[in-house]
Design a protein around this ligand. Structure first.
Ligand code: ZN
Length: 173
């Protein structure tokens, strides 16, 4: 009972702050998150992806994750490491997917915030703590959120909210 209650609290927290919680929040969350549909917004122009200065995410690791999404038609313009202090304010910037080191609530591995105007996705800010940047499937999963997707609790789906249940597979439910 307490577990369920805790999950509900966590979902309320995520919704209240406009966050999409990363892995590990449990399957009970799925129902809540998908109420508004699996695709929550779409980019009009391809976003530029930036690895913030403090992030230890490797270029090659990001490239694999970006290629994964490119295969499904989710394109980006290009990516680069932050050279112009774009991440300094830790805020969402229009036209960019920023990826930074940082803290996330206990029990989750990463977190993505998005700015959506109507159905248009205008910016995203991904926090992947440096100790988690090498975790398999995590970068793909968070990029999925940055490309406008919600969670899907089907075994093997990359947007499964539980890391152990996800595989690098994607389909639109
Ligand atoms: Zn997630």
């Amino acid at each position: 009972m307490w577990l369920v209650f805790k999950r509900v609290l966590k979902v309320m927290f995520c919704i209240a702050f406009g966050l999409v919680c990363g892995y590990g929040i449990g399957t009970g969350v799925h129902y809540w998150l998908t109420q508004s549909g699996f695709i929550l917004g779409e980019w009009k122009g391809a976003p530029v992806v930036v690895i913030c200065e403090k992030s230890t995410l490797e270029d090659g690791r990001l490239q694999i994750a970006l290629d994964f999404w490119e295969n499904y038609g989710y394109s980006h313009a290009f990516f680069h490491r932050d050279i112009s202090k774009l991440c300094k304010k830790k805020e969402i910037i229009n036209g960019f997917i920023l990826i930074n080191d940082g803290n996330v609530p206990t029990g989750i591995l990463a977190q993505t915030r998005r700015a959506i105007v109507g159905t248009e996705l205008v910016g995203a800010y991904i926090v992947i703590p440096n100790e988690n940047t090498r975790l398999s499937k995590l970068v793909e999963h968070e990029l999925g959120h940055a490309f406008g997707l919600g969670h899907y609790d089907e075994k093997g789906h990359i947007m499964n909210p539980v890391l152990e249940r996800a595989l690098p597979k994607f389909w639109i439910p």
